[in-house]
Design a binder for this molecule. Structure first.
Ligand SMILES: [Zn+2]
Length: 416
């Protein structure tokens, strides 16, 4: 669909969820750590659980029996390649039917959803498209309703089968209360989105800034699963960022998200959509390239995607002015990424945009440029990976948010 990367490719390995050293997760109960260990590895034998979590064989047996009794784990035969001398041929895995969640990305001109079982496997997905207009809260919920109906029809399931929904959208989101302080999708600020959603759908909603959802997708299904400190930088309509520190999504004090796009790279520089000058986004985002294409190259104004496509074509055909627009944009990108490296010292930066696959960026050139701009004192360059993920990956991140919260709730009650 539209060059979309199949989200199933996101989880090539068996299992999902963070693969961090266990001490990072030790705030959780032992029962939950066992459950999450099994989910992260796809399956695990009791002896392996005992060794990985540092618990006695007796405790592992008792606690896993409890989790089986609760309908959360079940026994499966170990694949032949993993069987060996003295190893029982039985492992444990998550009961996929123990719970289902929906993850959604709401965007300017399309909404995307995926439905996942409790092991994190994608069961169904859906996309709806519409004119790129701002909406009222009711209109946005109507659209979400249509999307969820299409998703459930694809899965052959009912809303009552779901445990929770995660939604990512652009804007300033108060993740704790589920309110939208501001979003480019909505006419009015300060909407109590979660309250309205939960009243309408009768399901718990976990709302986040959409870049945070994509960052969770990398932490749960992607390149960040075993990396305690990494950043995700997105280049779409705007420039966004998510950060994992010490194995956890970093959200800041007020839910502003990490607005890398509005960090200033030039005092009194180009005008940004936010009304201020010199923001990184004003040199890098789609609208900035479209502005250059029309003003400096003379490409006819029109739909952003059409103007960008024409700019790409001209650059490929050897138009130096068009190529210079991309060169300048890439230099500003290196500058922005160098600032991220200096501030956070991540082991990895994942650069995510559907534009990347058509762009003129190569990871090695970008890493070299960033390294030139960065004070490193001899340490290795920060690794940079470029991913052309589409909206389904963002929606999968929203399923990770919902799965993680449903799991926390489940294990925080006395019943389990
Ligand atoms: Zn700005």
């Amino acid at each position: 669909m539209d060059g979309e990367v199949n989200p199933r490719e996101f989880a090539a390995s068996d299992g999902c969820g963070p693969l961090m050293p266990d001490p990072l997760r030790s705030r959780l109960s032992l029962r939950q750590r066992i459950f999450e260990h099994v989910r992260a590895h796809g399956h695990a034998a009791r002896t392996e659980i005992s060794r990985a979590l540092g618990v006695s064989a007796g405790s592992a047996t008792t606690l896993t029996a409890d989790l089986i009794q609760s309908g959360l784990l079940r026994e499966v035969g170990l694949p032949a390649r993993e069987q060996g001398r003295g190893r029982p041929p039985v492992a444990l895995q998550i009961v996929p039917e123990a719970g289902y969640v929906i993850g959604i990305k709401l965007a300017k001109d399309r909404n995307t959803a995926t439905l996942s079982d409790f092991s994190g496997k994608v069961i169904a997905s859906a996309v709806t498209r519409f004119a790129p207009l701002k909406r009222s809260l009711t209109e946005l919920l109507d659209q979400t309703d249509t999307l969820i109906a299409a998703l459930l029809a694809d899965a052959g399931m009912a809303l009552s089968d779901m445990k929770a929904v995660g939604i990512g959208m652009a804007g300033v989101i108060d993740y704790a209360t589920g309110s939208v302080r501001w979003s480019p999708l909505l006419h009015t600020p300060d909407e109590a989105f979660s309250v309205a959603f939960e009243n309408r759908f009768g399901l718990p909603l976990y709302l986040e800034n959409d870049c945070n959802m994509l960052t969770l997708a990398e932490l749960w299904f992607g390149a960040g699963r075993a990396i305690p400190d990494f950043a995700v930088v997105t280049i779409e309509d705007g420039v966004g960022m998510g950060l994992v520190m010490n194995g956890q999504l970093y959200r800041g004090a007020w839910g502003m998200g990490l607005e890398l796009g509005h960090t200033k790279v030039d005092l009194d520089g180009a005008l940004c959509r936010c009304g201020k000058r010199g923001c990184l986004e004003a040199y890098l985002a789609d609208y900035a390239l479209v502005r250059e294409a029309v003003a400096a190259i003379g490409i006819a104004p029109g739909d952003d995607a059409d103007v960008l496509a024409a700019l790409y074509d001209q650059a490929r055909e050897g138009n130096q002015a068009a190529a210079a627009v991309f060169d300048r944009s890439a230099r500003y990108l290196s500058l922005g990424l160098s600032n991220v490296v200096q501030l956070f010292d991540p082991a990895l930066i994942i650069l995510s945009s559907q534009r990347m696959d058509r762009d003129f960026l190569s990871p090695s050139e970008l890493m070299a440029d960033v390294q030139r701009l960065t004070l490193t004192r001899g340490q290795n360059p920060c690794r940079i990976e470029i991913r052309p993920w589409g909206d389904l990956a963002w929606a999968r991140g929203a399923t990770a948010r919902a799965l993680s919260s449903v799991t926390d709730t489940l294990f925080s009650t006395e019943a389990i």
